[in-house]
Structure formats: structure tokens, C-alpha cells
Design a protein around this ligand. Sequence first.
Ligand code: KG4
Ligand code: ZN
Length: 363
Amino acid sequence: MVLVLGLETSCDETAAAVVADGREILSNVVASQIELHRRYGGVFPEIASRQHILDIVPVIEEALAQAKVGWDSLDALAVTAGPGLVGSLLVGVNVAKGIAWARGLPLIGVNHLEAHLYANWLIPPNDTRHAVQKEQIPPPQFPLICLIVSGGHSDLVLMTGHGQYRVLGRTLDDAAGEAFDKVARLLGLGYPGGPAIQAAAENGNPCRFSLPRAMLERGYDFSFSGLKTAVLRIVQRYASGGKERGQARYRLFSSPTASAQRQLPLADLAASFQAAVVDVLVKKTKRAAEEFQVKEVLLAGGVASNKLLRQRMSAQINVPVRYPPPILCTDNAAMVAAAGYFKHMAGERSSWDLDVRPGMALK
Ligand code: KG4
Ligand code: ZN
């Protein structure tokens, strides 16, 4: 059994996990900073890095204790090296270097997007088959298409083997999660926006507002900023009591006034927005799956926990669609350990000059 300790500090979650053979989660500890950042309506980078410093050691100790393994049982240490917030990444990478040096462990820098993708190799923690036989849940089959949709990225990736990626398309402006977060703020729904919009949309009519689906038929890139602006225009119309748009003093990133909030058909607007994002994501992923004749489609990243996205993908795509449970979609370190395991087995090592790369792309 090969045990990898994973560390993740790229944004606002301090996380450590121990994973066996790249698939079996022995522990998965996440210290979330959501409450700290909520009052700012988004992640405050300086606060995030300071909190990582406070949390990282206890989180690692907890991960080892829960996994019931000692330092000597570990085979490698994997850490997110980018993309992400520079100050946050620095905490994880430097702690990882210190531990790897002190304990004589191989150090493996992992791309955060790659880690999200490898969450699909993990055996879901509450899967009843977990205790019985992990072989009963086969790993993803290549070639596959993976849609990585998070707060910072929307990438459509063709994967032909471990570590072999071809990015078919990415967002030209806002990431899918970023669009959810910005529109949630616009609707006064708070942070993080994805779960808030999903909840608000539950009883809404997704056909009430006709919102743009940018570049639907063209290529594999995404664009969500026009959609966000279209929602803004509708909110402005309600804020001005139906007067000509532009009259209301209402700007992107501000929260609606109490009276505008009362009049907004929140559920319908949230449902219409969510449907527009999901339509584009599903259509492009389906087209890619057909063009490249893949065996499977994987969803990854925080937005992959969206219920409508999961349902539509599974219903409309002809090959099996796999997605991690919500707890493994949002930032965690088990996914980092899983990605690190496959690199470790391929003989990949980072040197002591491993540095953070805030803008790191998937190769
Ligand atoms: O992957 P993640 O935890 O962090 C990044 O690497 O960015 O993703 C966070 C993003 C946020 O934008 C959040 O609003 C979105 O994932 N998200 C969702 C849902 N849950 C989280 N978006 C849509 N529906 C959800 N249920
Ligand atoms: Zn992430």
C-alpha cells in the first residue's frame, strides 16, 4: 500500500489528507475559511494566507491522527503548487518542503486543476462498497473528457492517459463558479454563490427569463460575462421600478436595495441563470465527448456539485458520466494526494526549488 499525504492551501481552505494507492481515503481534513470571508463577499487574500499559517499544522496532525498513520508510514508528500492565490500557495508549499526535507519524503508539486480532476479516482467516503472491495468501483477509463468548473476555472480537457492532457477550451472571461458568485451577489444571495443560487432556483421557472447562451455552437471555449451582464440589466430594470434601464443607480457587485430585493422574482431569475450556465456546459461537453469518442465524461471542481449540472450531463451524454460527491468537488487535499500518487508512481519528483505558480495552467 502506497500512502500519500496531500496538502492544499491554494485559496480559502486549509486541507490535509492521507490517501492509499491513489484511491482510498484514510483521512480528509478541511478547515474552511468561508465564515471569515463571507463579510467581504469573496475571498480576502491576505486574511486567507494568515489563516492558513494558523491552521496548517493542526490540520496535518488531525489528518495523520484520523488516518491512524505515523510519519514513517508515508511514502510521499503532494502539495498544490498552483494555480491559486500566491500568499496562500506559499504556506502549503513551504510547509510541504519543510516536512519532506525533515522526514526524507519525496516532494511532489501538483496542479490544482489536475487535483480536481483526480477527485474522480477517489472512492467516495460514504460508498457502501468502500469497506468491502475497492476493486468493485473501477477507475475512470481513457480516453475521457473532463469538465473542470471551479471558482477560478472552466476548462474542457481531453485526457488520454495519466498526466496526458489536451485543453480543448477554457473560459475567455469569467469562470463558471465566478459567474455564480457574482450573480449571487447581484441578487443579494451571499457567498459562496453557487449553493445559494442552486437553493434559490429550486422552485423557480427556468424559462421565465431568456438569457444568452454565448458561443453555444462555436468551439469549446466558454464566455459567461455577457450572461452576468444580462442578469444585471434585469435587476436594474426591477430596481428602477420598470423604468428605462440605466436610470437606476445599480452597479455590478453591489447588493440590491431592500425594495429592489422585494420585487425581484428571485427564484425565476436564479433558475433562468442556472439553466443558461448548465445548457452551455452540457452542450459543449456532449459535443466534445462525441467528437473524441471517449469512454467516460468526468465533472470536477466546485461547480460540479451543482445538482442540475449533474442531472443534465447524465441524461444527455451517451457515455457514463462520473462526478465526485460534493465534499470532494470543492477544495480538499484528498484530491491532491490522489493526483500526487499517480505522479509518484510515474517517478515524478519536485526539486527543493519548487516554487508557487499562481497562474499555472494544465499542460
Ligand atoms: O473548486 P472550488 O471549491 O474552488 C476553486 O478552486 O475555485 O470551487 C468554488 C466554486 C465557487 O465559485 C462556488 O460558488 C462554486 O464552486 N459552487 C457551486 C456549487 N457549489 C460550489 N456552483 C454551483 N452550484 C453549486 N452547488
Ligand atoms: Zn479548486
